[in-house]
Ligand binder design. Sequence first.
Ligand code: GTQ
Length: 350
Amino acid sequence: MATKAEIDTRLEALHVRMKENSLAGHWQERQRRPDLVPWVWEWATIRECLEESGEVIKLGGVNDAANRRTVQLINPNLTEAKATTRTLQMSVQLVKPGEVAECHRHRATALRFAVESTGTYTTVEGERMVMEPGDLILTPNWKWHDHTNNTDGPAVWLDVLDGHLVTHLDATGRENFSEGTTQPITKPDGYSRKRFGAMRPDTSDIDDVALLPYSYKWVDAKATLESMAEAGEASDYDGVILEYTNPVTGGPTMPTIGCWAQMLRPGETTRAHRHTGSTIYHVVGGAGVTTVGRGSEATELTWGEHDCFFVPSWGWHEHRNTSKTEPAYIFSVTDRPVLQALHLHREERA
Ligand code: GTQ
């Protein structure tokens, strides 16, 4: 029988030999990545940093100008990766009057959710999609897109991209539009919403209907939430909630990013649940508190108008509208469609 000391010596030698040969034992330790932190980004701070970036960062054109001017929301445990979550990035973009953010496309999927805008538009695959506050515009992967602010006020919107997921999958790719700063406008305004919105169109000319350029108006989302609230259609766990869907497939907005709009009625507190898939929230209006985790581990995220906050995957959470008189409206994005596609979506209710 080998002694403990002999075994230890041989084990150490084995570890060295394996390391030299790019091998490792299952029993050996590895670096664990940290859990993500529930977090709130206050709008006032984001907006001030964005305003300042507007003074010092030039957009478009030549030399040191950036191709996009955004302030990125970072999870405190993802500072090196510069990421909001391990799959999604939420950033806030500023395009000043007269500015253009040049045309390109990439294999990262993106969306815009307008915060301040009076008529600035994103052109997606030849269609101008005008942004009014709360409007949602999809830029599925590999669709040409550029942004034009022809108005006399700043345009500010949330960008959400699945770039971290795409990078993780080694599937990145991008291309600049070579025939100018912006792409030609080839479709009438409202084209996608009219063609795909109400009746079932013939889509046999479309390569992949899961990747439709599309836009959704906030007036519609809000009116729907209000009529659902009136009818008492609500979830104990989410309040009055709607998922934005692809108008042709009925599935999620895009294969990698799901979008939701919800209303917490005055004074409403939801029941706690948790699920796989992480969620980034943006408060369209109202004020409240979201409790993440339970017992001594609980964190209270206090939020108000335009703030953004994050609930990690598998984190218990419940929302409370702290106003007794006003509803709270929240837009959120999630990587749930990916988890569903991989049969990894799970939910547990308290
Ligand atoms: O506006 O096309 O936040 O390409 C990151 C990458 C925005 C955009 C981002 C982008 C864009």
